[in-house]
Design a protein around this ligand. Structure first.
Ligand SMILES: Cc1cc2nc3c(=O)[nH]c(=O)nc-3n(C[C@H](O)[C@H](O)[C@H](O)COP(=O)(O)O)c2cc1C
Length: 316
């Protein structure tokens, strides 16, 4: 069986999405949740961990993720999450945004393997659960990996999730499969592949090239085509009733966000965000996104989406 993992996408793959996804689709084994930032002081307000409330995270295994460069803050947050019942915590070493990287967090830590070393040493001594990392190849260059791999190998990490781009690449440009191959060969922990798995054929290409991969993490490709994990698990593109199933999922998402957010404006913003990815399924996706972005109320949004659903062929 292939281990398929839902990627963390802040603003997208939160508990509402994860639960709705689980109700309508199959093929995903677990999710890494979007990052929570560590905070100064010992008191962590429940609102900071709202997305990780155990009651809202029962439908699939969820691994919380922490963005931090401070071992004490990291430990405080990790132990709070452990007390909530989470056993694996993922450390974010990939966030590419300059504001984050400048503060030597996320991918900003990658040029500093000594800091990563100290952080792992301290956190693993004070944490009873297991730790995994989600990393890029480096901040500026994939050569940074040469100094990172020995550090990762010194510690008992549950797994290393590799997104084979550098931080400065953000989310564009090609994934570097040669550099990923080096990671897969030299990292002594289970290695998960993440990046640009947008089609069944891309998955099959990667699977045949990298049979030693322990899991496959899907983000944007899964949001754009939520049937993709089922296609991967079954090895076929034939999935029945896609339009109806997608519409029910969409409506479930809207209801979930109506319950979660205090006003319709927030729901509207969130749903408009999703269409950036949903549009990939439509031959005239760009026009659809434009039309949906123009809506200024939830009612108008629903009308626009319903027109889109009634008149379109999707997913090729
Ligand atoms: C809008 C957005 C938000 C993201 N948020 C996170 C995050 O919270 N934590 C993280 O490790 N990666 C985050 N990522 C990166 C994704 O998890 C993933 O590594 C990246 O999108 C590449 O995988 P994909 O091509 O399957 O989407 C984010 C990416 C995007 C586009």
């Amino acid at each position: 069986m292939k281990q398929v993992i839902l990627a963390p996408l802040r603003g997208f793959t939160d508990a509402v999405f994860r639960n709705a996804f689980r109700r309508h689709f199959q093929g995903v084994d677990e999710a890494v949740a979007p990052f929570v930032t560590s905070i100064k002081g010992r008191r962590i307000k429940p609102s900071h961990l709202r997305d990780l409330a155990p009651a809202d995270n029962r439908t699939m295994r969820v691994v919380p993720q922490i963005l931090s460069n401070n071992p004490d803050e990291f430990l405080c947050l990790a132990n709070t999450l452990f007390d909530l019942g989470y056993r694996e915590i993922n450390w974010n070493l990939g966030c590419p945004f300059p504001m984050v990287a400048k503060k030597i967090r996320g991918s900003g830590l990658l040029p500093h393997p000594d800091r990563i070393d100290r952080m792992l040493d301290k956190t693993l001594h004070g944490f009873s659960g297991t730790l995994s990392v989600k990393t890029r190849l480096g901040r500026l260059s994939s050569d940074e990996m040469d100094r990172l791999i020995p550090v990762f190998n010194r510690y008992p990490l549950a797994r290393v999730i590799v997104h084979p781009r550098t931080g400065v690449q953000m989310y564009a440009g090609n994934v570097d499969l040669k550099a990923f191959e080096v990671c897969l060969t030299h990292i002594s922990h289970p290695v998960v592949y993440n990046g640009d798995i947008n089609t069944l054929s891309m998955f099959q290409l990667l699977e045949s090239r990298f049979p030693a991969v322990s899991g496959w993490m899907l983000g944007r490709g899964l949001i754009g085509n939520p049937f993709l994990p089922e296609m991967i698990q079954s090895g076929t593109r034939c999935i029945c009733n896609r339009n109806t199933r997608f519409e029910k999922f969409h409506d479930d998402l809207v209801s979930g966000y109506c319950r979660q957010f205090s006003g319709p404006g927030h729901v509207l913003d969130r749903m408009k965000g999703f269409w950036r990815y949903f549009a990939a399924a439509f031959p005239d996706g760009r026009r659809i996104v434009k039309r949906i972005r123009k809506t200024d109320s939830l009612d108008r949004y629903r009308q626009a989406v319903s027109a889109v659903f009634s008149g379109q062929d999707r997913w090729g």
